[in-house]
Design a protein around this ligand. Structure first.
Ligand SMILES: [Zn+2]
Ligand SMILES: [Zn+2]
Length: 346
């Protein structure tokens, strides 16, 4: 076994530095020195639902960048010293229809999650990127394109690809009218990507407070959802509405904004929702969702971001401040993503 240091959950709001084991490299593994790991809403959720007395430790973190520190005997795609990025899935069956379509994120036998997942070969529980080293199958690591800042690129691997897949699969391009509800980790990347794809892009926020922030991200307009006149004026106008609001909320006001044959893509809140069918019927509107990305889309997203100089707006903290980052994320006190600098674990 290899050993490394990382941050393990000891309670719903607290992680403690511990020594962790990583598997010895298999022929198709690479060892990654983790330099930067984003702090995702999923990490908060995992901490909140984790059984503290469970046998396997919870080490969160599933959007990280780093440098290859070792390669297995059969690895040809990577060499020691290469910059790489890893997202929220680290393996899949490779044989089902979803995997064959390049949608390993939807693998029918469930993809192996970067943390809290079960390794397909030895049955161990995966430990995430809040640590100085990660061992990953080469096929699920991506070369980090030159020109992308490794700290600001880390959130592309979860938040980024989660908004990229729906934007692409819904055909967003020049002339599209896109709205983005919620301006957090997901939302701010959705705005940057939609703008770079050529869409006329509008932010939907509770008030006009974030108007300047939205413009800085490249958005063309902001609609205040609490202003009935603005909401009425925007009725039936968006081909795609990317909804990144993480709290449960009424979809009816957003569905009214979707254009005929348009789609509301629900990305932030996962759970039961109530929909009045006539809100879909009138205008043949569609309700969809998405999450994470397959390997081809992830590679495409990284290339696109490199070509358009898109990274997340991040606040970098030393990993020793992980508990502060989680507390502040819980209060939405971040613009727009925390990234932990893991070098203090040396
Ligand atoms: Zn995530
Ligand atoms: Zn599969």
């Amino acid at each position: 076994m290899r050993t490394t240091d990382g941050w393990r959950a000891t309670g719903p709001t607290e992680l403690r530095r511990v020594r962790l084991e990583r598997r010895d490299l298999r022929p198709d593994d690479i060892a990654v020195r983790v330099d930067y790991c984003g702090v995702c809403h999923s990490d908060l959720h995992a901490l909140g639902t984790h059984d503290r007395h469970a046998e396997a430790p919870l080490v969160p973190g599933h959007e990280f960048t780093g440098v290859v520190a070792g390669t297995g005997s059969e690895v040809t795609a990577f060499s020691v010293g290469d910059r790489v990025a890893v997202g929220n899935i680290v393996d899949s069956c490779g044989e089902c229809a979803m995997c064959e379509a390049g949608q390993e994120n939807f693998c029918r036998s469930f993809p192996t999650l970067t943390y809290g997942g079960t390794d397909r070969r030895d049955g161990s529980t995966t430990l995430g990127g809040y640590s100085r080293e990660y061992v990953v199958r080469d096929a699920f690591a991506h070369p980090l394109p030159a020109g992308l800042d490794p700290a600001a690129a880390a959130p592309l691997m979860c938040a980024g690809v989660t908004v990229w897949e729906p934007l692409r699969s819904l055909g967003v391009g020049p002339g599209s009218r896109v709205a983005v509800a919620g301006l957090g980790g997901l939302g701010h990347l959705a705005v940057k990507m939609a703008v770079a794809l050529g869409a006329t892009t509008t932010v939907i926020s509770r008030t006009q407070d974030k108007h300047d922030d939205a413009r800085e991200l490249g958005a063309h307009d902001l609609i205040a959802s609490t202003d009935p006149r603005q909401m009425a004026a925007a009725r039936d106008t968006f081909d795609v509405l990317i909804d990144t609001v993480s709290a449960p909320h009424d979809l009816a006001p957003y569905l009214k904004l979707v254009a005929m044959d348009g789609t509301l893509s629900l990305l932030g809140y996962l759970g039961p929702v109530a929909v009045e069918t006539t809100d879909l019927l009138i205008g043949r509107k569609k309700l969809g969702s998405a999450g994470s990305g397959g390997r081809p889309a992830t590679a495409e997203m990284l290339r696109f971001c490199a070509d358009h100089s898109i990274t997340a707006d991040v606040e970098i903290l030393p990993s020793s401040q992980v508990n502060t980052a989680l507390d502040r994320l819980r209060r939405n006190d971040v613009r727009y993503r925390f990234v932990l600098d893991m070098s203090d674990l040396d």
